[in-house]
Ligand binder design. Structure first.
Ligand SMILES: C[S@@+](CC[C@H](N)C(=O)[O-])C[C@H]1O[C@@H](n2cnc3c(N)ncnc32)[C@H](O)[C@@H]1O
Length: 333
């Protein structure tokens, strides 16, 4: 007999809520219509590996393009981030991932003799661990302060940092926010900046919708595996019973709003039990779970966003095709 205060996991329908951010998120995301799960939960160990494979795909232009533009403009970017008076620089990177492209800037700063600490932040412990290990091998003299955290959790400590801060937000991470959340996030970040601080933000620019679509629907099915891995993660971490073959990856680009949306679509009417929540969710045939937004930008939109957040665009670094931009921002005067 279970004790009166302990829920009976087998027969009770009372929720047995595992109180973690993931459990709370899944409960609210699958209880609402349309159903939504955040792309921030893609990055368990398998998800982080799959994203590294995505970055190497022929269709996935953002990494290659940003890598090229950072290589081309590395001297100008490093100079813009380094304080002229030789004061120490705190280089914070939000959502650092494997740091493939950041290493271009880190090498440039080290070779210039800049006095700086690199502080990568990522929600994925495995990505951060791999990054720290590779940095200690490849750039042994670099001072590294890694932090496993959600972006916003890393911001308050910024106000306490002496000297200049520079915040990197590379890739197209900023594109994952919905427009109102994007502005709130930037305003929140701007509150922790001093006039001499700098930001370098990656923006995937608008281009032929076919190129954008292909980048999220590659021919080898790696992006599909990446999206579906979210369900595998819920099976492992929340004792859910998603049958992966009953779900399909479906990406769609909306050229009016400039947003790539990814979905997981239920191939049939089905029920999914999430053990850690003590809850069963019913899905209709062809019902979708919205799992990712990836907004694409125009330069005037970036200018307007900066202005609304109390920032100003100092310089735009882009590639020859104008497919991607790394934008240097500073607090507005
Ligand atoms: C698309 S990858 C990009 C990685 C890297 N910035 C690049 O350009 O290659 C996104 C990274 O951000 C991390 N991430 C996603 N959402 C996050 C959040 N809300 N807080 C902290 N890290 C997050 C993921 O774990 C992943 O490593």
């Amino acid at each position: 007999m279970p004790s009166p205060t302990m829920p009976d996991l087998v027969s009770s329908s009372a929720p047995v809520v595992l109180d973690t951010p993931l459990a709370r998120h899944v409960l609210s995301g699958l209880s609402r219509q349309p159903r939504t799960l955040s792309s921030m939960y893609f990055y368990d160990e398998v998800g982080s590996r799959l994203f590294q494979q995505i970055m190497e795909l022929p269709e996935y232009y953002p990494t290659r393009t940003e890598f090229g533009l950072l290589s081309r403009h590395r001297a100008a970017i490093a100079a813009a981030l380094t304080p002229v008076d030789g004061a120490p620089l705190h280089l914070l990177e939000l959502g650092a991932g494997d740091g493939l492209k950041t290493k271009i800037l880190l090498r440039e700063l080290l070779s210039n003799g800049a006095d700086f600490t690199y502080a990568p932040v990522d929600i994925s412990p495995s990505a951060l661990q791999e990054l720290s290990q590779s940095l200690s091998l490849e750039l042994p003299t670099l001072r590294v302060q890694p932090l496993t955290a959600e972006y916003t959790a890393a911001l308050p400590a910024l106000s306490q940092v002496p000297g200049r801060k520079a915040v990197l937000f590379l890739g197209s991470n900023i594109g994952n926010f919905l427009p109102p959340d994007r502005l709130t996030f930037l305003q929140q970040l701007a509150r922790h900046l001093a006039p001499d601080d700098r930001l370098l933000f990656g923006f995937d620019l608008r281009k032929d919708p076919r190129h954008i679509h292909a980048a999220y629907d590659d021919s080898q099915g790696v992006t599909a595996a990446f999206n579906l891995n979210l369900l595998t993660r819920l099976n492992h971490e929340l004792q859910a019973d998603f049958e992966l073959e009953q779900w399909q990856h479906f990406p769609q680009y909306d050229p009016l709003e400039g947003v790539m949306r990814s979905f997981l679509v239920s191939r049939r009417a089905q029920q999914v039990h999430v053990g850690a929540l003590g809850k069963t969710f019913s899905f209709a045939a062809w019902e979708a779970i919205h799992t990712e937004n990836s907004y694409k930008f125009t330069l005037p939109q970036i200018e307007a966003l900066a202005q609304a957040a109390g920032l100003r665009v100092q310089e735009v670094f882009t590639d020859e095709q104008h497919w991607f931009a790394d934008v240097l921002l500073a607090p507005a005067e």
